[in-house]
Design a protein. Structure first.
Length: 288
């Protein structure tokens, strides 16, 4: 198991915003303290801007670099936010590299990145880490890639970037209605959405996840990139869902059972229990 992180990703915060540095630092501490997984630690890869330009316009990149004003009410600017966002992308690229080498990999960084579209930062996402990693995989030899997004918010930015892209498929399981209010149905020929109502019983939610995984497997991808959000947890303060720690273990185990190389990047999850949820998921995906 390879975990990619960098302490600089915790060097900024916005008072009152749920996306706080502690969710990373406490998760790192918990993973270093556990004995179930054999973990190696790595830093994000450096990122060439040309890789970012596959997903985002030059104008958008320039705006993130300048970052003179908050992008929206959920997406504040911070000093050096472009450098932080690049590290988030570099973490996903490092995880991709590890998966290709036969390792299980998890990128544990801020900011997350599944809302940023080609021309807009939003939802505390400035770039789109997993989407960029998926495009890099296709550009460097992967025949077909699936992005599996179990964050409780619809990955609208990832969808916008991958929509109708040849050899890429996107699967998102998310609460609806919920910010940003998209993802109500399948779109294009490669983006598949599985909305679930607030307070959906655990058993029903797992059936939706299982259906999405079956549909993903039927697409026969060579590689799976996961946007790993833990905010469908029953005690997450942001959403209104019902999953428990053992459901994230089951989800990791189900991804492992696909028999396809998988790499993951942390998205949502704002409960104080996040370190345990991540650990359970990683044990499952590592086959423990």
């Amino acid at each position: 198991m390879k975990i990619i992180t960098d302490s600089r990703c915790t060097a900024y915060h916005s008072p009152g915003h749920p996306e706080r540095p502690a969710r990373i630092s406490r998760t790192v501490e918990r993973l270093k303290d556990q004995s179930d997984l054999k973990i190696t630690w790595a830093e994000p890869l450096p990122v060439d801007e040309e890789i970012i330009e596959r997903a985002h316009s030059k104008e958008h990149i320039t705006r993130v670099k300048a970052a003179a004003h908050d992008f929206d009410g959920d997406t504040p600017t911070h000093p050096d936010i472009f450098a932080h966002a690049l590290r988030g992308v570099g973490g996903a690229l490092q995880a991709l590299k590890a998966a290709r080498a036969g390792e299980t990999a998890f990128s544990l960084l801020r900011p997350p990145g599944h809302h940023a579209t080609r021309d807009r930062a939003m939802g505390f996402c400035y770039l789109s880490s997993v989407a960029i990693a998926a495009l890099e995989a296709l550009a460097t030899g992967t025949k077909k890639i699936a992005v599996f997004d179990f964050d409780v918010h619809h990955g609208n930015g990832t969808e916008a970037i991958l929509l109708n892209r040849p050899h890429a498929v996107f699967f998102s399981i998310h609460q609806h209605p919920c910010y940003p209010g998209t993802g109500t149905s399948h779109v294009g020929d490669n983006c598949f959405n599985y909305p679930v109502a607030p307070r959906t019983p655990r058993e029903e939610y797992r059936k939706v996840l299982a259906k999405a995984l079956d549909d993903l497997k039927n697409q026969k991808p060579a590689l799976v990139a996961v946007s790993a959000g833990f905010d469908a947890y029953a005690r997450d303060p942001i959403a209104q869902e019902t999953l428990e720690a053992e459901d994230f273990y089951w989800l990791g185990k189900s991804l492992c059972a696909l028999g396809i190389p998988v790499f993951s990047s942390l998205e949502g999850g704002y409960s104080s229990d996040l370190p345990e949820l991540v650990l359970e998921y990683l044990k499952g995906i590592d086959g423990k």
